[in-house]
Design a protein around this ligand. Structure first.
Ligand code: FMN
Length: 216
């Protein structure tokens, strides 16, 4: 395995919002290829139970984008105003909110919305149950995003629409005993490549053998 290529993929797969090509259709076979890759991800007890709802219908994308916009409300504008004078890592966060605002207003134009779903619900259950449940689909979703990136497709993990999960379930015909875990907008990306972003030194977030508050 080529470590340099793998590390490049892992360190430069970014949230793509402003660089999504809204005018170029995405072939269904390419999406199926990405989901085939994602199917190799681990699940607790090999439960699998995944269902990938791939939404290309314009009316349904419009309805999901409406829910997303309603759930977001004025949150991004408020965060941007609060970070207006930000520098350093906070300036990076301000750029994320600016980009998120763009996505909020253009989500209906993104040619594909992927809603990964998992059979079951963990509403109100203990952390161990919730961790096992969500841990059984989140690696697959990230695999999907990595596979997409390798094929020239941009993605961004979004969770805001889950504030209106029931309404989205009605739009998409998702049964009551199934959980939606994200909404991933997918489109070809524009430009050539992406760069790693600034993160804190790794030592700040690692303890050896006993918890340390060094990085907090
Ligand atoms: C669990 C989760 C939920 C997220 N929800 C949203 C969202 O609703 N809308 C959005 O625009 N970005 C969302 N993001 C993307 C983050 O804002 C983004 O990953 C983060 O700012 C870092 O940017 P990068 O991925 O380019 O490094 C989410 C990411 C994760 C992991």
């Amino acid at each position: 395995m080529d470590v340099a290529v793998t590390d490049h993929l892992l360190t430069t797969t970014r949230s793509v919002r402003k660089r999504l090509d809204l005018s170029r259709p995405v072939p269904k076979e390419l999406l199926l290829d990405c989901i085939r890759v994602a199917q190799q991800a681990p699940t607790g007890g090999n439960r699998q139970g995944w269902h990938w709802l791939v939404v290309t219908d314009p009316a349904k994308r419009e309805a999901l984008a409406d829910l997303y916009r309603e759930a977001a409300g004025g949150y991004f504008e408020a965060r941007l105003a609060a970070l207006a004078e930000a520098t350093g890592p906070q300036a990076q966060t301000a750029r994320v909110y600016d980009s998120a605002l763009y996505l909020r207003d253009h989500l209906h134009e993104v040619p594909v919305h992927v809603v990964p779903c998992l059979a079951g619900r963990v509403d109100g259950q203990p952390n161990g149950v919730a961790a096992g449940f969500y841990g059984s689909i989140l690696p697959a979703v990230w695999s999907f995003m990595l596979a997409a990136r390798a094929r020239g497709l941009g993605t961004v993990w979004t969770s805001l629409h889950l504030g209106r999960e029931q309404d989205a379930a009605e739009i998409l015909g998702i049964p009551d005993d199934v959980s939606q875990v994200a909404l991933i907008p997918v489109a070809y990306f524009t430009g050539t490549d992406f760069r790693p972003v600034e993160r804190p030194p790794v030592e700040q977030i690692v303890s050896w053998d006993v918890w340390s508050d060094a990085g907090r």
